[in-house]
Design a protein around this ligand. Structure first.
Ligand code: ATP
Ligand code: MG
Length: 335
């Protein structure tokens, strides 16, 4: 019997961060033996503002190699690049009549990213529709994302339900969505009220050296109490560091608090620096190996996913009896 499918996506807008590792990647590493994991590098999503400088290809290769270097296995986990499977755009178009412009313009991420009228373009607005297509194209059973994507996931379910109701068939599978309890939102070290993000300058990248990690942890914002306990509202900076410390050790927050009893912030920061460095150096050691393999591997993965996506689109065309041309012999032609 085939394994259930797990789907997630990451944009190639920068190098992966400790936020991605804590929020998403570590879950994939631990779940991968029981699922078929599909990871889409969302290069189309990264093109929401006109950009002619970014080399998406190189970024995709780097990101895929880094993901495998985190411990994902080739046999369990298919990483591919979104732009190489054109069916994503086709399905997004099929879904578009089921979404109103009003609901899209109320998405939090749209409002945040649209810093002014000029950046509020159509690609940014329709981003959640393409995201819904990404997920629904592969009949995923489970989807894992960070907290910031919750609203887009809710919209995906709404769109799929409307589509299925309209056509009177369960053509689109609505997956179970997982937003991890802990680590779903690792905050910026300098500004702990903001999510750590790879497109912002101040984050820990998975390729940062121990010296850089040391500097970044040393200047992480805390508070003046010098007492270690978890309280995200009163102590957002310290609580964020504590979360990272607990997750990388595989502990509950309470265990981390116990482990740090009696220590001051400086001592805690040096323990955290050591822990993060050890983890990232181990990943970096694998990275060069995967980088040499990645082009061939991505091509193989892409072929597989093109077949899956092509089958889904052909099925939709056939069931809906739209967008398929009749052949002379009376049979329908789907592509
Ligand atoms: P960008 O700033 O370009 O949007 P990003 O850092 O937010 O980049 P995405 O590619 O948008 O990264 O997100 C990939 C996945 O990682 C999503 O599921 C997102 O929810 C999750 N994620 C991103 N940042 C964090 C974070 N700081 N903590 C936990 N999960 C995160
Ligand atoms: Mg993001």
């Amino acid at each position: 019997m085939s394994k259930p499918r797990f789907f997630t996506g990451i944009q190639p807008t920068g190098l992966l961060t400790l936020g991605h590792y804590c929020g998403v990647i570590r879950h994939l590493v631990s779940l991968q033996d029981n699922y078929e994991v599909i990871i889409m590098i969302a290069d189309l999503h990264a093109f929401t503002v006109p950009n002619s400088v970014l080399n998406y290809h190189e970024r995709c290769y780097e990101m895929a190699a880094l993901l495998y270097a985190c411990g994902l296995k080739e046999e369990n986990c298919k990483i591919f690049c979104q732009s190489q499977v054109p069916e994503h755009l086709f399905l997004a178009h099929l879904l578009s009549p089921f979404v109103t412009v009003g609901s899209l313009s109320h998405m939090i991420q749209y409002k945040e990213k649209k810093k002014n009228e000029e950046t509020g373009n159509l690609a940014l607005l329709s981003y959640p529709v393409l995201m819904a297509a990404d997920i629904l194209l592969y009949d995923a059973d489970l989807v894992i994302v960070g907290q910031d994507q919750r609203q887009h996931l809710e919209l995906t379910s709404i769109i799929a339900r409307k589509f299925n109701n309209f056509f009177g068939q369960n053509l689109l599978k609505i997956p179970q969505f997982i937003i991890p309890d802990q680590g779903a939102k690792i905050m910026d070290l300098r500004n702990p009220t903001k999510k750590m993000s790879k497109s912002e300058t101040d984050h820990i990248s998975l390729l940062d050296t121990p010296e850089i990690i040391k500097k970044k942890v040393a200047r992480a914002v805390t508070d003046s109490e010098n007492k270690i306990y978890y309280h995200p509202r009163k102590k957002p900076g310290l609580s964020n560091l504590l979360t990272i410390y607990a997750l990388l050790n595989g502990w509950e927050i309470s265990e981390a608090e116990k482990n740090l009893t009696g220590l001051g912030y400086d001592q805690f920061k040096s323990k955290l620096t050591q822990l993060v460095s050890d983890k990232l150096v181990a990943i970096q050691k694998n990275y060069d190996f995967w980088r040499t393999m990645i082009e061939v591997l991505l091509e193989k993965n892409t072929n597989y996913l093109r077949t899956q996506a092509g089958n889904k689109v052909n099925l939709l065309k056939k069931e809906l009896k739209i967008f398929s041309l009749p052949r002379k012999n009376g049979k329908e032609q789907n592509n």
